[in-house]
Design a binder for this molecule. Structure first.
Ligand code: HXC
Ligand code: NAP
Length: 301
């Protein structure tokens, strides 16, 4: 269970979709919402992973947690997912958390390498937001959207350029739609986490061949983030009581980006052979996930 700062049943009556909710930060946010009484949907590409997570959280919290396979890069799959959820009742909240990323020199990227990230983060996030937003507006429902970004949206992401560009796009989507959809009482905010060690991020951003260093800059608070801290912020932004708060992106990084950039600029010192080792290590992590996905029979709901 997540250590929470809120009263029991704070989110009772809420119905929330967390994309990429089977692992990492998505999993902890899904757990926090379920713990506070919400009905939670989690989606991703690996249905086995999602089902295990949904069962674990459901058993721990007693709330309903549903696992649905969906590749958010595919607009038709997204629409099918959202239609299936709405057939059970409208969502009241969406967390755009699903993402892909890896460190690479930008000059080593192919167009497909760029799209591997942009199709998930930039386009996929928009497809999900749009599919939900249309339904909310048509029904006149109020809703809260949270997008998980990075602090690179403010100062750039050397060696993670497709992610930085895509997350910056979603940052401006947040601000644009906060204004456009404000009259419909749909609010959009974003969270920019600093380092919160997860398997998915660390394998691709902090591989051993890069010295496991990753974004190893100075963190004034002297430590990485703790999962319950992120979950508490994600609950606050989702809950009733802060309806006037919209269009904002909140960093939760122990002041790292203010003190030392919070990005991968320090990787400039690496040479060709270092990058070859890093690429191979990241590719074997990707290969492992691909094998898990290949085991699945369904790619969408
Ligand atoms: C250069 C690479 C590469 C690498 C892949 N590519 N890895 N290029 N360096 N290390 C290129 C490939 O060569 C290929 O282009 C293209 O990308 C597609 O590769 P695939 O392996 O087929 O991609 P795919 O199976 O679609 O996998 C997508 C993925 C993968 C994004 C690459 O990592 C993934 O599924 N990730 C999901 C989970 C994830 O990334 N979690 C971390 C989020 S953390 P060519 O031209 O060769 O065919 C995060 C944290 C931010 O965002 C902040 C931390 C502080
Ligand atoms: P993670 O565990 O790898 O989470 C990424 C999730 O996205 C996975 O569950 C993955 O599931 C899902 N996903 C990827 N591609 C998808 C697709 N096409 N369709 C549907 N789902 C997809 O990594 P994480 O660290 O928790 O990252 C979560 C979020 O936090 C991301 O937005 C990331 O950018 C952000 N973030 C993390 C950190 C950190 O320090 N961890 C810092 C800043 C920001 P499948 O592979 O099964 O699809």
């Amino acid at each position: 269970m997540v250590e929470m700062m809120f009263r029991d049943n704070l989110l009772s009556g809420k119905r929330i979709l967390v994309t990429g909710g089977g692992t990492g930060l998505g999993e902890v946010m899904a757990e926090a919402y379920a713990q506070l009484g919400a009905i939670v949907y989690i989606c991703g590409r690996r249905i086995n992973v999602l089902e295990q997570t949904a069962k674990r959280i459901g058993d721990a919290t007693g709330s309903t947690v549903k696992a649905l396979a969906c590749d958010i890069r595919l607009p038709e799959a997204v629409d099918e997912l959202v239609a299936q959820i709405w057939s059970e009742g409208p969502l009241t909240g969406l967390v755009n958390n699903a993402a892909g990323n890896f460190i690479s020199r930008t000059r080593d990227l192919s167009p497909r390498g760029f799209n591997a990230i942009a199709d998930i983060v930039f386009r996929g996030t928009f497809y999900v937001t749009l599919a939900c937003g249309k339904r909310w507006i048509e029904a006149g429902d109020t809703a809260s959207v949270i997008s998980i970004l990075t602090t690179w949206i403010w100062n750039g992401g050397p060696f993670t350029v497709p992610s930085a560009m895509s997350k910056a796009g979603i940052n401006i989507m947040t601000k644009s739609l906060a204004s456009e959809w404000g009259p419909h009482r749909i609010r959009l905010n974003a969270i920019a986490p600093g380092p919160f060690p997860t398997k998915g991020a660390w394998e691709r951003l902090s591989p051993q061949s890069a010295g496991g260093s990753g974004s190893s800059g100075y963190i004034p608070l002297g430590r990485v983030g703790e999962m319950n801290e992120l979950a508490n912020l994600a609950v606050f932004l989702m809950a009733d009581g802060c309806e006037y708060l919209t269009g904002q992106t909140i960093a939760i990084d122990g002041a790292m980006h203010l003190a030392s950039g919070g990005n991968f600029a320090s990787l400039s010192k690496l040479g060709d052979s270092d990058w070859e080792r890093i690429r191979n290590e990241i590719r074997s992590a990707n290969e492992q996930d691909r094998k898990e996905r290949a085991k699945e029979t369904r790619v969408s709901v």
